[in-house]
Structures are given as C-alpha cells and as structure tokens.
Design a binder for this molecule. Structure first.
Ligand SMILES: [Zn+2]
Ligand SMILES: [Zn+2]
Length: 305
C-alpha cells in the first residue's frame, strides 16, 4: 500500500509537469502567465493545506467512525471484484452524482455559494480546479469515498481514485488547445470545461460534466460553439484571499473596504511572516546536517512552499 501511494505521488508529479509543459506549447489562450493571479492561494491554501486538513476530517472524523459504528466494510461487498472493475464502478457512479450535484449548485442560490469560488479564477489553468470551497469538497469527497470504504472495496481503490481525480481535474482545467475528436462525446476535456468557466450567459447552465462528458450530451447540457469565450470567471467582484473567499460564502460584506483596513493589512502581513517562519522551520529540518546524505535531495519540495 505504501508502495502504491508512492507510485501515485510520482505519477501525479510527472503528470503535473507534463501538463504545465504542454500548456506552454499548445495554449488555449496565448500569454497566460504561469504565476497568474491567485496562483499561490490556489497552490498553498487550496491544494496543500486545505487538502491535507480535509483528508483528516473526511476519513478520520467522518468515514472511519461511521464504519466503526456500522461495520459495513466487514461485509466486503465489492472486495472480490477485479480491482479495475471496482475503480470503474466508483468512477462512473460518482461522476454521475457529481454531474447532478454540480447542476444543482448552479440552480440553487445557497449551493451556489459553495461553488462560486471555483468559478472565481479568471486565468483558468491546470491549478484552477483546486480552488473549491472546503464545504463543497467536504460534501463531494465524503460522498465519493464513504461508499468505497463502507462497501468494502479494496483499499487500493482510494489512492487510485484520488489520483484519477487529481489528474483529470488538472487536465480539464488546463489552458490546453486539444481536440478530443469523437472521444469528446464520452470524455470531458479542456475543450468543454474551459467553456464552463466562461462569463457568458449561454454557458451558465452548460457543461457540468467532470470526467465523462457523456452526461452533458445525454442530458442535453453540452455547449461547444467552436470559438473561444470572450470573458472569464464570475460576473461580480469576489475576494482574493482564501479566508475571505470562505467567509464570503456565508456573509456578503464589503471585502474591498476590509482589504484597505489597516488592521486587516497588519493581520495579512503577520500571516505572511508566519508562513515564512514555517518555511524556515521546514527548510532547516531538511538541512544536510539533520539528514542522512541520501535524503538531502528532498530539500526542493520545501522550497516550493
Ligand atoms: Zn460550475
Ligand atoms: Zn472547473
């Protein structure tokens, strides 16, 4: 299992590099910078910190306690299926669920508040998909992973499914000009999902699919006009800070006045100092003096924080 997790991490890093390089060679929109607005918020807060915390909340506080109470996984209902069939089963069923839930989020004013952060990126790229309100992730990933554990699937299904989610999420948001040809009727790609992020009235209720575009074609919500969107992101102002983006879902306040407030600016500067201090601690714990020689090459990930 440890080996599988290591392999998944290596594949994810390699996939990220591949997508970033392909974005440079075959861009959908020319001239998008790598370090676009909100890049660090998406990478540090949404991708690293939020994912780490939510993994603990979803598995250790919700799914495993539920399983301890009901002992459903002991039935091992799916355990004896081939591994590929288990992964395929959860991939298709969850994808159908998320299509309908996503549609509902665009219709329902309360649920929209959990989804608007995802639409707030204007320069959509490989990293943009990670920007999702923690409440949205909490709902969707609990519904995604609870059945895998409770129906007694093989434990390998969880990291494989998480890897597929991460890679596919990166792909559909990538600033990539790619034509899937006839596969576009089954598989979702940037061609359709980038349109979902457009600020154009005719697509506010179109292209809801995540992995399988099939749902959009079956349920008549596909939109592919053969041109590029003119405007991107939300049609109203939205905060840039991670915590303000979270708070804004519950309380509509004048965030621009707050951002100009000296106390907020002091707090923001203090938070950056805190992040720098954490970075220093991580760097020093990876220093050559504290590590066996063979591990010194691991300094690079800490630099990226
Ligand atoms: Zn959406
Ligand atoms: Zn998206």
């Amino acid at each position: 299992m440890k080996n599988l997790e290591l392999h998944c991490t290596i594949i994810l890093v390699a996939w990220t590099l591949l997508i970033v390089i392909l974005e440079r060679i075959f861009p959908y929109r020319r001239g998008l910078p790598i370090f676009r607005e909100g890049f660090w918020v998406d990478l540090v807060w949404y991708t690293l910190i939020q994912s780490f915390v939510l993994k603990i909340v979803i598995f250790d506080w919700i799914i495993y306690p539920l399983d301890q109470r009901w002992s459903l996984s002991e039935w091992k209902l799916l355990y004896h299926w081939p591994l590929w069939a288990q992964v395929a089963f959860f991939l298709v069923t969850h994808d159908l669920y998320i299509y309908w839930f996503h549609r509902w989020q665009h219709r329902n004013k309360i649920l929209w508040r959990t989804h608007e952060a995802h639409h707030s990126v204007k320069e959509v790229d490989w990293l943009a998909g990670s920007r999702s309100h923690s409440l949205e992730i909490l709902i969707n990933q609990t519904i995604e992973f609870a059945p895998i554990v409770l129906l007694g699937a093989r434990p390998e299904v969880v990291p494989i499914k998480a890897l597929l989610d991460a890679c596919w999420g990166m792909f559909i948001h990538a600033n990539l000009r790619i034509n899937l040809g006839p596969f576009k009727y089954v598989l979702n790609g940037p061609e359709m999902h980038l349109w979902h992020h457009a600020d154009e009235l005719q697509v506010y209720h179109r292209n809801f699919a995540t992995k399988l575009s099939l749902w959009d074609w079956i349920f008549n919500t596909a939109y592919l006009p053969g041109r590029q969107p003119l405007k991107w992101g939300l049609w109203y102002p939205f905060p840039k800070d991670y915590f303000l983006q979270h708070a804004y879902a519950f309380w509509r306040f004048d965030f621009r006045r707050l951002e100009e407030n000296p106390r907020w600016q002091w707090y923001f500067a203090w938070r950056q100092q805190l992040m720098n201090a954490i970075k220093q601690i991580i760097k020093s714990s990876y220093s050559p003096d504290n590590l066996p020689v063979s591990r010194t090459h691991q300094k690079e990930p800490a630099e990226a924080l």
